[in-house]
Design a protein around this ligand. Structure first.
Ligand code: NDP
Length: 248
């Protein structure tokens, strides 16, 4: 059956787990050839195998988005293999929660370099290929935490506010070339994201909050990305805020 993304190419950063993996699968199911970028090569290979077993096309590219040379390679490998790039999904991210007075400086540096600088560098590197395309598309995974974050979320939310704001300026710069820019802001989603929190109390608190609600599944967020990238070229879905119903 014909997919809505037949003949298109998508690159998803942070595709080794959670929202990124689900997004890669959703886009591949619509017919897109997908590049899978993240650091855990074995996870990427497993996912590429699953996508290929269901009749899709996938390429695993080991990438650390904090390394500019990795980002160049990720884009070049994709355009060489698939002949171009239509959709960049900037999804790689970490969430290292802690109250400001206890926060670890290295946690802050890592969050800024992955969530924000990494995303900005990936976007810049992809732009020549996206501009060449008839309807290039950048999708950034921000977070609902950028609006009214609770305690412990300050630095993480600052990176996500940065992502959302960066997208607003980018949208104006690339519109004349038909490149669309979408920001998706998910609420709590059941993934590995909290696993890496270094502050024990902040980790306990967020895990308890997650257990007390029906969180989103990664596929729910992937569906929002799929919606944005399957609209006609004239339609730019600027923002999608998708939250668990019982988050209130
Ligand atoms: P996961 O921890 O499951 O996924 C994070 C992904 O980012 C992994 O694939 C990881 O791969 C990748 N990543 C981390 N560091 C790097 C790096 N330096 N270079 C390349 N890839 C990297 O969590 P989620 O799926 O939840 O997170 C995906 C995005 O969604 C993040 O941006 C997160 O902030 C956002 N988000 C998540 C929410 C949630 O509640 N889960 C809510 C709102 C937003 P690897 O370790 O293999 O490199």
């Amino acid at each position: 059956t014909a997919g809505e993304l037949d003949g298109k190419t998508a690159l998803v950063t942070g595709a080794s787990s959670g929202i990124g993996a689900a997004t890669a699968e959703a886009l591949a199911a619509e017919g897109a050839s997908v590049s899978l970028a993240a650091r855990r090569t074995n996870r990427l290979d497993e996912l590429a195998g699953r996508i290929e077993a269901s009749g899709g096309e996938a390429l695993a590219i080991t990438t650390d988005v904090t390394e500019e040379s990795d980002i160049e390679t990720m884009i070049e490998t994709t355009t060489d293999a698939f002949g171009g790039l239509d959709v960049l999904v900037n999804n790689a991210g970490i969430m290292l929660l802690a109250p400001v007075d206890r926060a670890d400086a290295d946690d802050w540096r890592r969050m800024v370099s992955i969530n924000l600088t990494g995303l900005m560098n990936a976007t810049r590197a992809a732009l020549p290929a996206l501009r060449e395309d008839e309807a290039g598309h950048v999708v950034n995974i921000s977070s609902d935490a950028r609006r009214g974050p609770g305690t412990g979320f300050g630095a993480y939310a600052a990176t996500k506010a940065g992502v959302s704001t960066f997208a607003e300026s980018l949208r104006e710069e690339v519109a004349d070339d038909g490149v669309r820019v979408t920001t998706v802001e998910p609420g709590a989603t059941d993934t590995e994201l909290p696993d890496h929190i270094t502050d024990a109390a902040a980790k306990d608190e967020v895990e308890a909050a997650i257990e007390s609600m029906h969180t989103l599944e990664p596929a729910d967020v992937a569906a929002a990305v799929r919606y944005a990238v399957t609209q006609p070229p004239r339609v730019n879905v600027d923002e999608l805020l998708v939250r668990p119903t019982d988050a209130g």
